[in-house]
Design a protein around this ligand. Structure first.
Ligand code: ADE
Length: 251
């Protein structure tokens, strides 16, 4: 997959996208990232990319010409999603990441200043995404979040192919608790069941703890009534159990 990012601050992308899993994905040719300086596509002598809003008002707006020129140069056939990162966009999620990973190419446009000229929204971008209800200083960090979350869905990017599908949100549930060695850390133990070697019991415990955690933290994720009932049943089971199904005290 190829992702082109248009930004006024290419330097912001130097660190985060060149470490760990994203670094390996690029080395293995699974992901190609192109970072473009929008200013390079400005035609005037000062290479200006912003201007004052018509009608007055605070702040500056991103001008349309450099953005149209950049996208038309980078993606002449305009045959891939062109996504503006903006707090006004639809909310980015696990599902949106999965959907975007189905494309061969993406173009991410990082908004700045007080926003972009409306004609960019109307006639250039095909989608607008927000990573949450807060305002960042620009779309760059949001673009990095999108790249990271989308890359995890590219086949082969995660070590274990299943990884992206077993995490929190896959299947609509948050992931439950997990443990590693030592079995006793400063007096805090590990539930017997996870050390039992009984795979069926472990799977059942994982499902039950995932349901419980989702119900406690994000009940709105339990969309179907079947899931809600299953979650309620597992919470009751936890409350009643004194066997290995319960988690150690979380405090
Ligand atoms: N630019 C500024 N804030 C943003 C947000 N929350 N999501 C995406 N792009 C942004």
């Amino acid at each position: 997959m190829r992702i082109d990012i248009l930004t006024l601050f290419p330097g912001m992308f130097l660190g985060p996208l060149q470490e760990s899993i994203l670094k390996r994905a690029q080395q293995r040719g699974l992901l190609t990232l192109w970072i473009h300086q929008i200013r390079d596509y400005a035609l005037d002598r000062h290479q200006s990319t912003d201007d004052v809003p018509y009608g007055g008002g605070q702040g500056m707006l991103m001008k349309p010409e450099p953005l149209f020129r950049a996208v038309r140069t980078i993606l002449p056939e305009l045959n891939a999603p062109v996504i503006l990162l903006t707090p006004q966009g639809r909310t980015f999620s696990h599902t949106v990441a999965q959907e975007l990973a189905g494309h061969d190419r993406l173009v991410l446009l990082c908004g700045h200043y007080e926003g972009v000229d409306e004609r960019v929204r109307q006639h250039l971008v095909t989608d607008e995404l927000s990573i949450g209800d807060y305002v960042l200083t620009g779309g760059e960090l949001a673009a990095m979040v999108v790249v990271d979350a989308v890359a995890r869905f590219i086949p082969g990017v995660l070590g274990a192919e299943q990884g992206a599908y077993e995490d929190s949100f896959a299947g609509g549930l948050l992931e439950g608790p997990q443990y590693t060695r030592p079995p006793d850390f400063e007096g805090w133990g590990v539930p017997d069941v996870v050390r039992s070697g009984n795979h069926a019991a472990v799977a059942q415990w994982r499902r039950a703890t995932a349901l419980r955690r989702t119900m406690e933290r994000r009940p709105e994720l339990l969309l179907s009534t079947t899931l809600q009932e299953e979650a309620r049943a597992s919470v009751t089971q936890f409350q009643q159990s004194s066997d290995g199904l319960s988690e150690p005290d979380e405090t």
